[in-house]
Structures are given as structure tokens and as C-alpha cells.
Design a protein around this ligand. Structure first.
Ligand code: GLN
Length: 203
């Protein structure tokens, strides 16, 4: 069975580990460059603060090696801040502490553009339901809960990017080959569909 690495530098990584344990999947944490020597076949990038995560990845010397593995086809799931790390284009949202030197870049391996903190104050955190395209459970007719926490908006998608879900008219889940990016947090709800679909990408 596959082993999934969870980037555990900052943010909501423990919640992903709970889901993986529930699905009976082996997982391991990546906290420093030495952890990259562990065996893993897939990667989860959790929510949190993308600027902090990008800086830590760079400072710890983990950014380039992980980027190479993603570009080499390793399945990766980025949720919220994790989606920002995957995006080639990042618009800084309002009030996101704009250092005009530009935020540290993430992996930038997916042709999508996201706007950080795009949902206003009242909508900063909210729950909704939406159709998830890959949802394999017809009895639920593909509807899954979606929890948004200071979420990025996926504003544009490039060629080859498949839209997996929308909510309130916005694109909220996409797939580009081996890469999945979500603006919401499937690990904060009981429904495991998103993780199951992701795991189906792992051989
Ligand atoms: N607002 C965060 C960022 O811009 C993302 C929030 C989250 O991951 N829940 O990095």
C-alpha cells in the first residue's frame, strides 16, 4: 500500500493524518530536509499560512527537491495554503501584509492563478456543500461538505486543468495531472471522498 508524506512544517497537517489513519493509509511527516530520504509515493500540503510555509521550505532546503518530485509525477494534494504553494500565479489579497519585495514563491507547478484571502471578513470562514466531480459515492450524489478558512479563490485555470468542484460559482477544486488543489479543507469534515480520490491517483 502507498505511503503518503504530509508536509508538517506549519498549519493543519495533523488533521490530514487523522483522515489517512481512518482510511488505513500509512503516512509519514516531512519536517526537515533529512525527512526527504524517507520512502513516500505521494504528498499532502496542508492549510496554514502559505508565506510561512514557502519560507520554511526554502530555508530548510526542501523546496527544490520536492518540486522536482512533483514535476516528476508524484501525486500531490494541496489544500488551501497548500493550493497556493502549487499555484503558478498568486495575487495577494487585501490585508495580507504586503511586503513589496514579494512573498516567497512556492512550488509554482500548477497553471492556476489564486487570490489569497479573497473572501471578505464575514466570509473569511464558512461552510457549504458542493458537487465534487470525482466523487465515487453515487448514493451521496457527489455532494460533499466544504469548509473554507481564509481561503484563496481560484481565479483562473490554464490548459489541461480539470475543474473538479465549484461552490457559489467559484472554482474550488482542480486537478492537473498528478496535482490536486483545493481552496477548502476536506480534512476538517468527516467526508473522506477527496482523500479517496487523491489516493486513487497513487499507484
Ligand atoms: N490565508 C492563508 C494563506 O494565504 C490560507 C488559509 C488556509 O490555509 N486556511 O496562506
Amino acid at each position: 500500500s502507498p505511503r503518503v508524506a504530509v508536509l508538517a512544517l506549519q498549519g493543519a497537517f495533523a488533521e490530514h493524518e487523522v483522515v489517512l489513519a481512518k482510511l488505513g493509509v500509512r503516512w509519514t511527516e516531512l519536517r526537515e530536509a533529512g525527512d526527504l530520504r524517507k520512502e513516500f509515493d505521494a504528498l499532502i500540503l496542508p492549510g496554514g499560512e502559505s508565506t510561512v510555509q514557502a519560507k520554511l521550505l526554502e530555508d530548510l532546503g526542501m523546496l527544490a527537491p520536492l518540486k522536482a518530485r512533483i514535476e516528476g509525477g508524484m501525486p500531490v494534494l494541496g489544500t488551501c495554503a497548500g493550493a497556493i504553494l502549487l499555484a503558478e500565479g498568486i495575487d495577494e489579497g487585501k490585508g495580507s501584509g504586503s511586503c513589496s519585495g514579494g512573498s516567497p514563491r512556492g512550488f509554482a507547478t500548477m497553471p492556476i492563478r489564486v487570490r489569497r484571502n479573497a473572501y471578505g471578513r464575514q466570509l473569511g470562514s464558512f461552510r457549504t456543500e458542493g458537487l465534487f466531480a470525482c466523487c465515487k459515492n453515487p448514493s451521496k450524489s457527489g455532494k460533499i461538505p466544504m469548509t473554507f478558512v481564509r481561503a484563496p479563490r481560484i481565479e483562473a485555470v490554464g490548459e489541461g486543468v480539470e475543474v473538479l468542484a465549484r461552490a457559489h460559482g467559484d472554482i474550488v477544486a482542480v486537478r492537473y495531472g498528478n496535482q490536486m488543489a483545493l481552496s477548502f479543507h476536506p480534512e476538517l469534515d468527516d467526508d473522506t471522498s477527496v482523500h479517496e480520490v487523491f489516493l486513487s491517483l497513487v499507484r
